[in-house]
Design a protein around this ligand. Structure first.
Ligand code: COA
Length: 330
C-alpha cells in the first residue's frame, strides 16, 4: 500500500458578530472584569444570534477554507465535523454542511465528539484516511455554539465559553514530509463527570423538570479540570516535539486549546517556549471547545505567524477527559 502525505491546503473560520464582554457579564452575575481577566485572560467572547447555529457558522468557515485551498465542494471526499453542540442530535452537522456546500451525493459525512480535543481528533482521522488512500480531499471542521448549553446564572462557567467555527481542507500529496507527522490521542474516562451536561441524552432525557433545573447546561469542576489541563498540556507538547526528533527551538508556533491563559502560560514556562511562540486569542473568543484550535490555526496562518515549511504543534484538551496533539509540517 502506498502511504501518501496529507497537506493542510487551506483554513477558514467564522465567529458571530455579537460580542459578550466581561462588563456585560458584570451585569448578569456576581463577577468583575478584573477577576475574569486575571483568572482566565478572557476579555470578551462571541455569541450566536437567534438565526445562527453551529452548522451555519461551520458552513461559512468551510467556504472560507475551500476558497483559501482553491478547492471546489465537488472535490471533497469526506467531511468530519467536531462538535458537542450539533444543530440537532441527528442529522449530523456534517450532513448539513454536505448539503449546504453542494458536495457530491454519496461522500462520507460524520460528526465527532471529543469535546475540546475534537478538532485535533478530526485532523488525525482525516490524515489517516488520506495517508491510506481512502480519501483525497477531506474537509475538517470544529464548530460550537456553547452559549446554547451555558447557564448564564452560573458565574463559574458562563465567563468562559463562546461560539465560533474553524475549518481546514486536507489534500493528498505525494510529499510525505508535509502535514501531520506525529500524533497522540488520549482519554481518561475516570474524569468524565468533571465536565459534563447531565440531561438531554439517553441517560436522563429532557423533561420540563430537567430543563427547569438547567440540567441541559455545562457543569464543570473548574479546579480539577484546571489541574489536569496544566499537567497534560506541557506533557503532551513535549511528547509532540520529541516524537519528530525536534527540539523546542525548531517549533515555529504552538497552537494550544484556548481554555485559560494561565494554562497556556504555565505550559510555555515548563517547556521553555517564549510567549511569542504560543498562539493566544482567548482574550477575544474565550473557550470555543472544538472550534478553539481550528479558529486559532486559521488566524495564526492569516497573521503570518506560521506558514509553509514551519513546524507547528496543535493541542486540544478537554471534556471526556480527552487530549490530542499533532506535530505538523505546514
Ligand atoms: N467571578 C468572581 N469570583 C468567582 C468566579 C467569577 N466568575 N468564579 C468563581 N469565583 C470564586 C469562587 O467562588 C471562589 O471563591 P471562594 O474562594 O470564596 O470559594 C474563588 O473565586 C476561586 O475559585 P476557583 O474555582 O478556585 O478559581 P480558579 O482560580 O480555579 O479559576 C476557573 C476558576 C474556572 C477560571 C479555572 O478553574 C479554570 O480555568 N478551570 C479550567 C477550565 C477549563 O479549562 N475548562 C474547559 C476544559 S478544557
Amino acid at each position: 500500500m502506498t502511504i501518501h502525505g496529507a497537506l493542510i491546503a487551506g483554513t477558514g473560520s467564522c465567529v458571530p458578530e455579537r460580542q459578550l464582554t466581561n462588563f456585560d457579564l458584570e451585569k448578569m452575575v456576581d463577577t468583575s472584569n478584573d477577576w475574569i481577566v486575571q483568572r482566565t485572560g478572557i476579555h470578551e467572547r462571541r455569541i450566536a444570534s437567534a438565526g445562527e447555529s453551529s452548522a451555519s457558522l461551520a458552513i461559512i468557515a468551510a467556504q472560507r477554507a475551500l476558497a483559501t485551498a482553491n478547492t471546489s465542494p465537488a472535490e471533497i471526499d469526506l467531511i468530519i465535523c467536531a462538535t458537542i453542540t450539533p444543530d440537532m442530535p441527528t442529522p449530523s452537522n456534517a450532513c448539513l454542511i454536505q448539503q449546504a456546500l453542494g458536495c457530491r451525493r454519496g461522500i462520507g459525512a460524520m460528526d465527532l465528539n471529543a469535546a475540546c480535543s475534537g478538532f485535533v481528533y478530526a485532523l488525525v482521522t482525516a490524515t489517516n484516511f488520506i495517508k491510506t488512500g481512502s480519501a483525497k480531499t477531506v474537509l475538517v471542521v470544529g464548530a460550537e455554539t456553547l452559549s446554547r448549553i451555558t447557564d448564564y446564572t452560573d458565574r463559574s462557567t458562563c465567563i468562559l465559553f463562546g461560539d465560533g467555527a474553524g475549518a481546514a481542507v486536507l489534500k493528498q500529496t505525494t510529499d510525505r514530509s508535509v502535514g501531520v507527522q506525529a500524533f497522540e490521542l488520549g482519554s481518561d474516562g475516570t474524569g468524565s463527570m468533571l465536565l459534563h451536561v447531565p440531561a438531554g441524552g439517553s441517560r436522563q432525557p429532557a423533561t420540563a423538570e430537567s430543563v427547569g433545573a438547567k440540567l441541559h447546561t455545562l457543569k464543570m469542576s473548574g479546579r480539577e479540570v484546571f489541574k489536569f489541563a496544566v499537567a497534560q498540556m506541557s506533557e503532551s507538547i513535549q511528547k509532540a516535539i520529541n516524537a519528530c526528533g525536534l527540539t523546542s527551538d525548531q517549533i515555529k508556533l504552538v497552537i494550544p486549546h484556548q481554555s485559560n491563559a494561565r494554562i497556556i502560560d504555565s505550559a510555555a514556562t515548563k517547556i521553555g517556549l517564549t510567549a511569542d511562540r504560543m498562539f493566544v486569542n482567548i482574550h477575544r473568543y474565550g473557550n470555543t471547545s472544538a472550534a478553539s484550535v481550528a479558529i486559532a490555526l486559521d488566524e495564526a496562518i492569516r497573521a503570518g505567524r506560521c506558514g509553509p515549511g514551519d513546524w507547528v504543534v496543535i493541542i486540544g484538551i478537554g471534556g471526556g477527559l480527552t487530549w490530542a496533539t499533532v506535530t505538523v509540517k505546514l
